[in-house]
Design a protein around this ligand. Sequence first.
Ligand SMILES: [Zn+2]
Length: 115
Amino acid sequence: MHELGIVYHIIDTLEQVAKDNELTHIDSVTMEVGEVSAVIPDYLTDCWAWASGKNELLRGCRMEVEPLPAVTHCDGCGEDYPTVAHGRICPHCGSERTWLVKGNEINIKEISVSE
Ligand SMILES: [Zn+2]
């Protein structure tokens, strides 16, 4: 149900964009989904198919999902490294003084509309 909440949030955002730009239909939306965001792309597109079909603005609108790689920064040595492969321990210096730079988020990357 996590994904459905996200889908409603996306729909709210798209409705606002459509209003601001006087769009009557949106054809496709591209999402960036962070590797460690806990969002499952297949669930997201399933929820999307269900929820967008009930919305005039979004009927038939496709959703593309692109993975956004997770990156962690190490304060020990100043390097960045891929989070999924190495977790919280820096592979360069072994420090645990690390924090997630990106990969926990989900963004609307692109919206496409026909004229
Ligand atoms: Zn390090």
